[in-house]
Design a protein around this ligand. Sequence first.
Ligand SMILES: Nc1ncnc2c1ncn2[C@@H]1O[C@H](COP(=O)(O)OP(=O)(O)OP(=O)(O)O)[C@@H](O)[C@H]1O
Length: 908
Amino acid sequence: MSGLEEKEIRAESPAPSCLSMKSDHSKNFPPVFSHEPGPSDTIQCITSYWDQAASSGDSPCPHCGERSSIRAQLQTTSQSSCEQSLQEVLDEHKISLKRRYEHVSEGTDEKRNGILLNNIYTELYITEGQSEEIHNQHEERQLEIASKKKTLDDSPIRCQDIFEAVCDQERLIRVVLTNGVAGIGKTFLVQKFTLDWAEGLENQDISVVILLSFRELNLIRDEQYSLLELLHVFHPALQKVTAEQLAVCKLLFIFDGLDESRLSLDFTNRKLVSDVTQKSSVSFLLTNLIEGNLLPSALIWITSRPAAASQIPPAYINRMTEVRGFTDAQKEEYFRRRFSNEELSSRIISHMKTSRSLHIMCRIPVFCWITATVLEHMLTTEQRGELPKTLTDMYSHFLLVQTKRKKNKYLDGHETSLQELMEADREVLLKLGRLAFEQMEKGNILFYQEDLEQCGLDVTEASVYSGVCTEIFKRECVILQKPVFCFVHMSIQEFLAAVYMFHCYNNKKTEVLQDFLEKDISSLDVFLNRIMEKSLKSETGHLDLFVRFLHGLCLESNQRLLKGLMGQTDNIPKDIELIINNLKKMNILNVSPDRSINIFHCLIEMNDVLVYQEIQKFLKSENRSENLSEIHCSALAYMLQMSDEVLDELDLEKYNTTKEGHLRLIPAVRNCRKALLKCCRLTETACAALVSALKSNPSHLRNLDLSKNDVQDLGVKHICGFLESPHCKLETLRLEDCNLSTTSCTALFSALKSNPSYLKYLDLRGNNLEVSDVNHLSNLVKSPNCRLEDLRLVRCGLSAISCAALVSALKSNPSHLKHLDLSRNNLQDSEVKLLCGFLESPDCRVETLNLSNCSLSEISCAALVSALKSNPSHLKHLDLRENNLQDSAMKELSDLVKSPHSRLEDLR
Ligand SMILES: Nc1ncnc2c1ncn2[C@@H]1O[C@H](COP(=O)(O)OP(=O)(O)OP(=O)(O)O)[C@@H](O)[C@H]1O
């Protein structure tokens, strides 16, 4: 990340900050304190000591030896001098933090130390809660989805209010976890918070802010430190703060980048650390801080990418927030703040808006930075030609701009053609490409010197590529001598990996290709086809962007730009047609519909917009009967899920396509109120994608029909995660003929019970419910928050015991149910008697009762009639067909229909 670079620059800064100290300095007091009057003794005599001592009698102060009997005289003087000294130390800390965070560098060498954070910092869109997009989704995709999720109840939280309770929550917020995908601005956010505090602008009730990154903490993970020493090491300005002082200060610990943590945070281990001077491993210090054993009143703020956030048990988190990047207005503000030249910013903004994919990607601040870098360069230099429109175009230009910058800084700066530039840098870029590719395959984003060396890169080569590969941790090197590297953004790693792959293809490096694809490659279309297949099979989508870049790199324009790097590809025009056709026909069994959308993205990267245009036309026309191919369905799913308008109803049966096509539409569930997915043969993979979509749409979705799908236990288990979510507002759930097992039922009903207040309609017809299942259902029905209005239990094989349990549950909470369908169950007299008791209850509001085909006996029918007579006020529809109904009972019922006290109007 460029944020890392910023750290590097800070470390190199000649300013007298703690960062430039040598490691042995950090063990001793820094020189900055040595000339001060020695306040260490007085610092110990803090008010709190005296306060405690006062209650325990006449004990002497541990340092000055004074007794509390003379406290009254001393208190005023020593208190004020202690506080003053503490204040001085804290002021020093503030100055040091201000120095550290006021300047940022964003990968542009020539502006080192030049940019003030306050000048470029653009407010981010932060919301409470977490959009529960499944965590194993690739982060780029999460972002696309997140980019349009701006529901009404998502009121933003301002940076400075992160610990502020919203008016209706009177609770103390001690631990905050802030989630956000790569490059979304988490590091910038915590730095801005810290800077505002250090400048005395915000949150002045906090006495000390301590910002630590997991990257730094990783480096001492095997060492034993006390919390106090930890502070002294990472924030030398706090060297003079003592344990006693810490205890009375209001502290805020910020831990940035949990995703990069190599500590194993084990919350089950009960190694208690409650003293700030007690030595322990860094992970124990952290878990004890988070659990509140150590400095229980300290505030804790942790940032993380979503995939790693679950390391902190939810029980310890008081508030979960999510950085969602920039809103449309914030994107524009970003560009306006960045450039003083208004015409330039306007041109950049209007270009961003012309390309949908650029506009979407600009939700990520780091992508805004890439776009700004490229477009500024193109619009202010002699560069002619079209501005980049696709992601691949943008990244190709980005690479050139960075290369050119490096040239200007490190060589004499005279103009060279783009191609020459590339050729000159070819070697180092290809080594970086290899590093990017090999580490991407392993899922790594941080690398050590050994990794670089394995690819033939030496540290100096890497460090000059400040825009492409940044050395980070200069500061930590001083402590532990271990430099760590990463690409400024994961997407840049994926781009370079794609460039490297193309280079290997062109240069017939068959070993690399075969290792990756485990097959022989004969031509470009086969090569891309194989990689596409491989990427589609990945559960996490970790190759999605890589494969998109590879397709974009086929285009002649990009081939021309990066020729020096990738070499010559033969026969490109002929192959392009083949590749496009392959993409359109691609249909591999059991691929996640979320993955399949990437096929459509690849077409866009190849500038083939036909499918896109056809779907736009389809969406505009009212006619839904048009035949849709699978690729159309993927495009449609993508466009529906990205649409600003929430779709009222997604009914798969209305779309004229194949079974596979129907499954490919599932991602659109992310953006609809009613999802009718009846009978669509949900496979396990499709079910996983559905759950991911459901979890990301907990607040819109009101109606879900999964009937006639064999949703296996695993599927139900995932769905339960959605139902339990506090954001889930589902009102209607249909699971007719889903072959639910006892395990599934147990999970389902307990999930519904944990969040029962929205569900109004539950259809379970055609599932064989065991006694234990019905017991769980009864518990749900009994729950005081249950608002179930309509319960359909047709053909559920209800036993006598089951019925008894259910009816008694209904009786205990009778006021909401309006529609009860028990048809096609064998009901015994005793159960009907219980049911009658429920119907007679004065709070019973049932309007529709279906007991057809229930083998009701004569006695049961008679009991029913008399119950209805005694409480005739609500029932409107009664179905008793195919039961042993006597003429006399029928007559009494018909009389009831005519009675002015009865509402019964429909009798069958
Ligand atoms: N609020 C902001 N205003 C202006 N630019 C921003 C802002 N937030 C982020 N950026 C830009 O995006 C880059 C990446 O941001 P940052 O390092 O904070 O992301 P991150 O969420 O911490 O990412 P990662 O999880 O990969 O560490 C910054 O270097 C900067 O260029």
